[in-house]
Design a binder for this molecule. Structure first.
Ligand code: HAM
Length: 420
């Protein structure tokens, strides 16, 4: 039997209501903050992500779905959206029309990670990017938006973690200090962290290995080496969050796994899901546009994992199952009337009514059961004595009331069905 690929998931009709519920909250919230939706292709040239996210990051070096297409171009299924959004901004010169562009997106992403609860190979993110301003209030705005959305979804067990990794220059100085500190412990580091020591030393903070964590517990922290400009930027972000009543903690070890960050980094963690507890992550990326050969534009953004958030909602029981209803189920008693019923259904749907009928030539009883299963507000019986006398029988399913409607008077039927 052919099955869906490991780490991918079908979203079946009976779970769609949760996705729609979440997407509506995402869209209305971001629209209030004046973000505009952007949709970019599922695949891009590999070099966009290699350059944008960074060659030595886990995403680029281990997790991307990369292949050569028939013309020999290296293609990658997008593992994240930030690089694609910045590429689109540059390609369409959107920065010329507007100095600050605010985008949002909801889209599938692809990373070949080891699948587990809350970690998939095709997963979905919603996110936002504001490109064209270095104002720390926008860093705060991102955190406020992400926090608002999670709160509107009813989530409680959240913690907002923020950090500043400063400007590249102060980070480079700090890396030297960290390297000096780690030199003494090099032999005790895990295999992966030894590699990171040379390629991406800050990422050793992310190691889950106990031996690394012990060493990193006493490591010098980047915040202690930030320059004045970075510190002031960070202070403004914190002040804006305090004023917006977003509770947050400073996590000096939050370096994040993508190379493009400068200044603020943040994550929102939930204690209601298992090991994959980061519901969203983001930060400022002032060098990215230039890195992608665009103008030197500062940017800030975040992305959130929809599957993880829905898992948290399920565990905290925050989304009610939605009872879907249809307006009418047409019960056809005689086979030779099925075309009449079909034509009537087409007409009623044109009046914006949701209508279903029997396509399987089932018994009257089975059709009534179907009508109940679909939560139909009304049933319409086509056939029998009444039909021969020129009538259809409309039954209100909530009170059992029946009305005869002349076959000639479909407008009466429509007006009853339209009354909600
Ligand atoms: P990220 O931290 O790699 O950041 O991903 C953001 C969120 O996507 C994570 O917090 C998580 O909820 C979800 N996520 C990531 N990988 C998976 C996976 N394999 N399965 C399920 N969910 C996953 C970014 O992607 C950046 N582009 C965020 C950003 C936007 N920074 C600035 N602007």
């Amino acid at each position: 039997m052919i099955k869906a690929i490991t780490g991918t998931k079908d979203i079946l009709p009976d779970e769609i209501y949760k996705w729609r519920y979440l997407e509506e909250i995402v869209i209305t919230t971001l629209t209030k903050f004046n973000y505009k939706e952007i949709r970019t292709p599922i695949f891009e040239e590999t070099k966009l992500f290699a350059r944008g996210i960074g060659e030595t990051t886990d995403i680029v070096s281990k997790e991307m779905y990369t292949f050569l297409d028939r013309s020999g171009t290296s293609i990658t299924l997008k593992p994240e959206m930030t690089a694609s959004v910045v590429r689109a901004l540059i390609e369409h010169s959107l920065f010329k029309k507007q100095s600050l562009n605010k985008f949002f997106y909801i889209s599938p992403m692809f990373r070949q990670e080891r699948p587990q609860a809350g970690r998939l190979r095709q997963f979905h993110q919603f996110g936002a990017e504001a490109i064209g301003s270095n104002n720390p209030l926008l860093d705060a705005e991102m955190i406020i938006i992400a926090y608002n959305i999670l709160k509107k979804l009813g989530l409680k067990n959240l913690s907002v973690k923020i950090n500043s990794i400063g400007v590249p220059q102060s980070r480079e100085n700090y890396k030297k200090i960290l390297r000096e500190y780690l030199n003494d412990y090099y032999n005790d580091l895990s295999h992966d962290s030894k590699k990171r020591f040379d390629t991406n030393i800050l990422r050793i903070f992310d190691s889950k290995e106990e031996q690394d964590q012990k060493i990193m517990a006493n490591a010098p922290l980047l915040v202690e080496y930030l320059d004045d400009v970075s510190l002031e930027h960070f202070e403004k972000v914190k002040r804006a969050l305090l004023n917006a009543h977003v509770p947050f903690e400073i996590d000096a070890k939050l370096v994040r796994g993508l190379d493009y960050y400068t200044h603020t980094t943040f994550e929102i963690i939930s204690s209601s899901v298992g090991a994959q507890s980061a519901l969203c992550g983001g930060g400022r990326y002032n060098g990215l546009s230039k890195e992608l050969e665009g103008p030197d534009l500062p940017g800030v953004g975040f992305a959130a994992g929809i599957e993880r958030i829905l898992l948290a909602c399920e565990n905290e029981n925050t989304i009610n199952t939605e009872e879907e209803k249809i307006d009418l189920y047409i019960v056809t008693i005689e086979k030779n009337l099925s075309e009449f019923a079909f034509n009537l259904a087409v007409k009623l749907r044109e009046s914006n009514l949701s209508v279903e009928l029997d396509y399987l030539e089932r018994s009257l009883k089975a059709q009534m059961r179907e009508a109940n299963k679909f939560n139909s507000r009304y049933t319409l019986i086509v056939g029998g004595e009444e039909f021969r006398n020129g009538y259809l029988v409309l039954k209100n399913m909530s009170n059992g009331e029946q009305t005869n409607i002349s076959v000639e008077d479909i407008n009466k039927l429509i007006s009853i069905l339209m009354e909600k």
